[in-house]
Design a protein around this ligand. Structure first.
Ligand SMILES: Cc1cc2nc3c(=O)[nH]c(=O)nc-3n(C[C@H](O)[C@H](O)[C@H](O)COP(=O)(O)OP(=O)(O)OC[C@H]3O[C@@H](n4cnc5c(N)ncnc54)[C@H](O)[C@@H]3O)c2cc1C
Length: 404
């Protein structure tokens, strides 16, 4: 996200503070150095501190000022790749496990948000609209497959969707276990708790290089000081250099609008999350202060300048989608912004080390479920840093799509 363009909603809500932490004032030594104080780095830091590890977090900006501040933070167990399609790519059992892990991650995010005072976490249903007649058949099958592996999903025919919500569709899957939150509050809350538990969180300090030795990892920084650590966690979001992405993650620009406050959401009174089967898709949610967020209009990312240049055109297109989806609401746009996120062929993130025995661990490639994946990454990386094995690690291994 480029802070000089757009107006990420959560920054406006939470105050335009530069984020917690001072620049790195001296050399540091720790067990785990985390690069990136977005929601991923914050979740990893909090889990490592809870496991008794000595942690240092560095961010080139401030806490949560990367993609995290741009996120619309819909929390869904359903991935951008449908369960049926994922089953075709990686096998039905592994696909079901990935969906179930996402389902469990929402419960963990709920517990963490509660511990931190709420963080805007609210349980919602998720309505996945079939955008075409062909998608109707596909999503009916998807509903059955989800039900077959114990996931909460029900098929709603188009007349039921229209009567209940007023959304025009070819039917929809209603899932009852989704949620929304304020990603910046969660990130800052987790980092504040980590700091209270002994972590040192430094802002405006970029990692400029790192080198592994037998004994650990040495991180060079823009402040001229070094951080020496037993292990390094790279949670730099989409800013991971292309050489480290190794062609694993495709970057997309994404756009979002927040409306002015409304008095009523009309027939959409349960304020469920809404998305659709068209690709790229649009999605909707509401906010605690009664706005409508709409996002989508994704295009391949080249650089922040070109991404942000498209904002006026994307704003108009999203406003048209908003009128299409919510014809009964008279909405005015209050903020529009752009952000960047990564996408992988199977919709799953890459979490773990690039080579066996490496002391450097990655958390890469978050798509539409980025925040949920961050929670999964935290579990996997804590096990990796604490010397434990995790039976789900291979689902997210960096080498799983080699040759795809
Ligand atoms: C418009 C938009 C809407 C989205 N909507 C959703 C949604 O509805 N639901 C969902 O689950 N996900 C959504 N996502 C995805 C989600 O926001 C991301 O997956 C998530 O925020 C990634 O968090 P992160 O901590 O990995 O990355 P980031 O938040 O980008 O954090 C990475 C941090 O690393 C720092 N950094 C980078 N390079 C360096 C360096 N060299 N040295 C030190 N620090 C460095 C950055 O400053 C940044 O703070 C959306 C994303 C966008 C852009």
């Amino acid at each position: 996200m480029n802070l000089h363009s757009g107006s990420p909603f959560w920054l406006i809500r939470n105050g335009l503070l530069a984020g917690e932490g001072t620049p790195l004032p001296h050399d540091e030594r720790c067990e785990v150095a985390i690069i990136g104080a977005g929601v991923t780095g914050a979740l990893v830091a909090d889990a490592l501190v809870a496991a008794g590890r000595d942690v240092v977090v560095l961010d080139r900006r401030g806490a949560g000022l990367g993609s995290t501040a741009a996120s619309t933070a819909l929390l869904q167990y359903e991935l951008d790749v449908d369960l049926c399609d994922l089953g075709g790519m990686i096998g039905a059992d592994r696909a079901a496990r990935a969906f179930q892990l996402c389902h469990g991650a929402i419960e963990r995010l709920e517990a963490l948000s509660r511990e931190l005072g709420g963080c805007g976490f609210t349980r919602r249903s998720s309505l996945y609209l079939a955008s075409s007649r062909r998608d109707r058949t596909r999503l009916m099958r998807e509903t059955e497959v989800r039900q077959g592996v114990g996931l909460p999903a029900a098929w709603w025919p188009e007349d039921r969707v229209l009567t209940r919500y007023g959304f025009a569709s070819h039917g929809a899957i209603l899932s009852t276990s989704a949620a929304e939150l304020d990603p910046l509050q969660l990130t800052r809350g987790l980092l504040a708790r980590s700091a209270a538990g002994g972590a040192r969180v430094y802002s405006r300090t970029a990692m400029t290089e790192y080198e592994e030795s037998g004994a650990g990892v040495v991180v060079g920084t823009s402040r001229g000081h070094e951080v020496r650590a037993d292990r390094l966690v790279i949670a730099m979001g989409y800013e991971v250099p292309a050489s480290l992405r190794r062609g694993l993650v495709v970057l997309n620009s994404s756009y979002a609008l927040a409306s002015e406050v409304v008095d009523s959401f009309g027939m959409w009174d349960d304020r469920c999350l809404v998305w659709e089967s068209a690709r790229p898709y649009c999605y909707l949610r509401t906010t605690p202060d009664n706005r409508v967020l709409i996002g989508g209009e994704d295009v391949p990312f080249r650089d922040p300048t070109r991404r942000d240049r498209l904002l006026p055109e994307k704003r108009k297109r999203l406003e048209r989608h908003r009128t299409r989806l919510l014809p009964g609401l008279d909405l005015e746009t209050a903020f529009a912004w752009a952000g960047t996120f990564g996408e992988t062929p199977d919709g799953l993130p890459y979490v773990g080390s690039a080579t066996d025995g490496s002391r450097t661990l990655f958390a890469l490639g978050y798509g539409g479920n980025g925040v949920v994946f961050s929670a999964i990454a935290a579990e996997l990386l804590v096990d990796a840093c604490c010397g434990g094995s995790n039976p789900d690690a291979e689902l997210f291994a960096l080498d799983r799509n080699e040759g795809v």
